[in-house]
Write a protein that binds this ligand. Structure first.
Ligand SMILES: NC(=O)C1=CN([C@@H]2O[C@H](COP(=O)(O)OP(=O)(O)OC[C@H]3O[C@@H](n4cnc5c(N)ncnc54)[C@H](OP(=O)(O)O)[C@@H]3O)[C@@H](O)[C@H]2O)C=CC1
Ligand SMILES: CC(=O)[C@@H](O)[C@H](O)COP(=O)(O)O
Ligand SMILES: [Mn+2]
Length: 385
């Protein structure tokens, strides 16, 4: 029986993971479930999976969680330290699916166990690339990519031929504003930005998809996971989200992974890795689909791609700063404090203001993440005044 923990179990990726665990209860023993604020969902999951620990990040909700789990064997705790402690309980497989840099330290705690960590929390790897990869190496952990594109690349990497990869090609849906003009995007309402054309996901990543900061973060994530310079990573718009990404080899062959837009497929791949497990996810109907479209991205309408490439070329803390500023700007957009295109403006402004900095240690990463957030907030407040 595989022991598993799910960090961010109450979110979109977390619920898909729980669904898979419920489909094969004889194969998995659930150790820790970690949520942010959704106590009702966390308690329901802990009961259904007979979890050993249920941890809620918001400490003020511990009492409520205790009441909801009364009469069960699940041990309840709350607060930031409890989250990191639970993430560090050794298990065979951990799903890291907390959104944002707040998930970095719990993810690192899981990595330090030296087992398998399924990484959905791309912001952790973007903001702390070197620190995270060093921790993986030092602990002898295995990082399994959950992000659909990176999982597709992982699946398309032929055994023993990694040195013959020419480039990787990340597909992007183009988001809800794929065909929008700059003026339309300038005035885009929140509701339109939250309507992803192909995937159902949490709010932060959905807005990132609309700005294409998601693809920018994924460029950085791919560079780190597959040890590639940015000039060897292409982005191509593919509105159907059927081809999840591709690997191009030196002989001109391209290997791709296809599947329906259901995150249970890449999650199951990491959960069963190096084998496979059955899922009841919808199968692709290629005849009904009949065509696959591809087009080049437009960096003028979507400056996020340019900013991500710049951050990779700059190295150091540039990606930490990009990601931290973006988190604050997305939150402000979700709170209707800034316009849609202000997100990229705030990020670019913060990147330029903070310049080139080091991010060799966790302390430096946390420092530049904090600074980026502080400056982004200041810029947003100044805009509103
Ligand atoms: N959704 C998707 O299809 C995909 C997501 N990803 C990545 O996976 C990650 C998760 O995304 P998604 O599931 O959509 O996001 P959601 O917003 O749906 O879920 C986020 C999860 O994190 C929890 N959380 C929030 N703050 C804290 C905290 N301080 N401590 C502990 N837990 C916390 C939330 O708890 P609560 O809800 O209880 O407050 C929730 O369980 C992101 O990094 C995203 O980029 C990558 C590819 C696809
Ligand atoms: C499901 C997943 O991995 C998301 O990151 C998705 O790819 C977002 O779609 P975009 O291609 O629109 O960013
Ligand atoms: Mn993705």
């Amino acid at each position: 029986m595989k022991t598993v923990s799910v960090l961010g179990s109450t979110g979109s990726i977390g619920c898909s993971t729980v669904d898979l665990l419920l489909q094969a209860p004889e194969r998995f023993r659930v150790v820790a479930l970690v949520g942010g604020r959704n106590v009702a969902r966390l308690a329901e999951q802990a009961r259904a999976l007979d979890a050993e620990y249920a941890v809620i990040a918001d400490e003020s909700l511990v009492g409520e969680l205790e009441t909801l789990l009364a009469g069960t064997d699940t041990r309840v705790s709350g607060g930031r330290e409890a989250v990191i402690r639970a993430a560090g309980v050794p298990v065979d497989w951990t799903m890291a699916a907390i959104t944002g840099a707040i998930g970095l330290e719990p993810t690192l705690a899981a990595v330090r166990n030296g087992r398998a960590v399924a990484l959905a929390n791309k912001e952790a790897l973007v903001c702390a690339g070197d620190v995270m990869l060093r921790a993986v190496r030092d602990a002898g952990a295995t990082l399994l990519p959950v992000d659909s594109e990176h999982n597709a690349i992982f699946q398309s990497m032929a055994d023993g031929q990694v040195d013959q990869v020419e480039k990787i090609v990340l597909t992007a849906s183009g988001g809800p504003f794929r065909r929008a003009t700059i003026e339309e995007m300038e005035n885009a309402p929140l509701e339109a930005a939250l309507k992803h054309p192909t995937w159902s996901m949490g709010a932060k990543i959905t807005i990132d998809s609309a700005t294409m900061f998601n693809k920018g973060l994924e460029l950085i994530e791919a560079a780190r996971l597959f040890d590639m310079t940015e000039d060897r990573i292409d982005v191509i718009i593919h509105p159907q989200s059927v081809v999840h990404s591709m690997v191009q080899y030196t002989d001109g062959s391209i290997i791709a992974q296809l599947g329906s837009a259901d995150m249970r497929i890449p999650i199951a791949h990491t959960l069963a890795w190096p084998r496979r497990m059955a899922t009841n996810s919808p199968r692709l109907d290629l005849a009904a689909l009949s065509r696959l479209d591809f087009e080049a991205p437009d960096e003028e309408r979507f400056p996020a791609l340019r900013l991500a490439r710049e951050s990779l070329r700059a190295g150091g803390a540039a990606s930490t700063i990009l990601s931290g500023a973006n988190e604050i700007a997305v939150e402000a957009f979700l709170n209707r404090e800034i316009g849609f295109r202000d997100i990229a403006r705030v990020v670019e402004d913060v990147m330029q203001s903070l310049g080139n900095q080091s991010a060799d240690t966790l302390e430096q990463v946390l420092h530049w993440d904090r600074e980026a957030r502080r400056l982004a907030l200041a810029r947003i407040t100044a805009r509103a005044a």
